[in-house]
Design a protein around this ligand. Sequence first.
Ligand code: ATP
Ligand code: MG
Length: 578
Amino acid sequence: MGKLSSYIRPYGGYIVLTMAIKLLAAVMELFVPYLMEIILDDVVPAGGRNLVFVYGGLMLLCAGGCLLLNIVANRMSAISSGKITLAIRHDLFDRLSRLSARQMDQLTVSSAESRLTSDTYNINQLLARIQRLGVRAPILLLGGIVMMLGMDPALATVLVVMLPAIALIVYFVTKASVPLYTTEQGVLDKVVRVLQENITGIRVIKALSKTDYEKGRFNQVNQELTNIDQKAGIISGITNPGASLILNLGLTAVVVAGAYRVNAGSCQSGVIVAFLQYFVMILNAMLGVTRIFVIWSKGEASARRVADVLATPADLTVLPAAEVENSGEEQPVPHVEFRNVTFSYTGVGENIGHLSIRLMRGESLGILGATGSGKSTILNLLMRFYDPDQGQVLIDGRDVRTIPPEELRPKFGVVFQNDFVAEGTIADNIRFFRPLADEALTRAAEDAQALEFIQNKSGQMNAPVAVRGNNLSGGQKQRLLIARALAGAPEILVLDDASSALDYRTDAQLRRALRTNYRDVTTILVAQRISSIRHCNHILVLSDGQVIGSGTHQELMESCGEYRMIAQTQMGEEKEGA
Ligand code: ATP
Ligand code: MG
């Protein structure tokens, strides 16, 4: 919790006040049995009717005041803990959304989700309950003991046996159950992950009839969570009956010993009644202390998980231009350049090896290669989602590591592989929260070959788009995404497998529109079809992260066997399609 203290500090005064009110309420509660003892032993035997009312009134005042103060304080604790959690959740969300791709790979999305939800909830519980129980339980426990010692020290010796017994139970239960709660949070991560994979992959799971398999997988993690929960529950379940047993034995001892003492005249009967009440109070306080331990350890584990994310150092920081030596400045400077770039996601093997590319402004690059050969990785490096392990990625001769993100990102118009269409209207999806004029949207839609189908929809640009674009066909979705990429008037256009669902004719029209209307835009196309990239100025053929062919279509047809083979298998199709 210490790591999050900066969030708690602003509410320090408020929390102290809450706890002070809680303290006052607990003290008032302590006096109720004491007042009763006075009425029973002193006031009633003396026969003073008025005094009965006075002490009765005092009792009522203490009980009522205690209730009222508790309500006020509990409300205050809910307010402060709610506000603190709000701030933590806000910052956590902010930090999560600025984690680099590599940091997110490490953290995993499901863990990010449970940190943002259940962990912050545990912190909230900790903050609220500590303010409430944290003062009340110890005060009632200690105060109860003091009161009993004050009334009849001899009778209070029962406590000497009872308290250590309860303390032992509490100690062992806490010790056994606390580690379980830490494990539980990790298992919860797993449940979320399986659930998430299931929801995202629902179609393919159904299509491959993997529903039963997935059910089994979910049942497994679900069972794991249940087992831990059950174990923790069974262990903490010992506390209450165990403590009750000891309490009842204690009560019996008080009544028996008290009876002898009253008979002998060394103690008054009111003391016995008050003792019984203090016993119950002390027992509840003991259990309250146990609960504090549990809440504390749960909250502490969660606080650590949240603080870890908050403390993640900024990755992909913008380096000062001078720090990156820019060897051999040449003229003219290429628009986009990869200079001997080597990169690995995990540090094992190479996902990109010694890649060098030079693209002048307005030139186009086509990237071809089997799945997993590193095509998308090149784009990730260019847009600086990851930094290369060796070499440099440069735009206009500047290392991308020296360009601030707010300058870097707008340079790109991009369609990611499997990019997503959001719920809203067609215009919303093309605009995507950027301050773009309506004409820009229309022009982009036209160039993306999307205008025709948009105009056929009722509502046209304002036609609704369902969640994940479910009311659009695959090709319509792709054209909408291309329109989004074009609308921002990018310097560099990046299309990762963005026209795979288009028929050959539309694909050709798209390429023609790009060539004529986006002359100055440097374009990088990733495609499976030779026809999509054959007109590019440069073509790279990748295999396992290595360049196995580089040049124009003609050059590659002569020099690269792999390319020639792909071309020959596809040419037949293309003729049929054209
Ligand atoms: P496809 O045609 O299927 O899209 P690709 O050529 O775009 O394939 P990449 O996505 O660049 O392939 O992946 C290249 C390699 O890097 C693959 O072996 C893949 O398993 C690995 N890889 C991709 N993303 C990550 C990641 N976030 N963490 C670890 N490895 C990754
Ligand atoms: Mg890819």
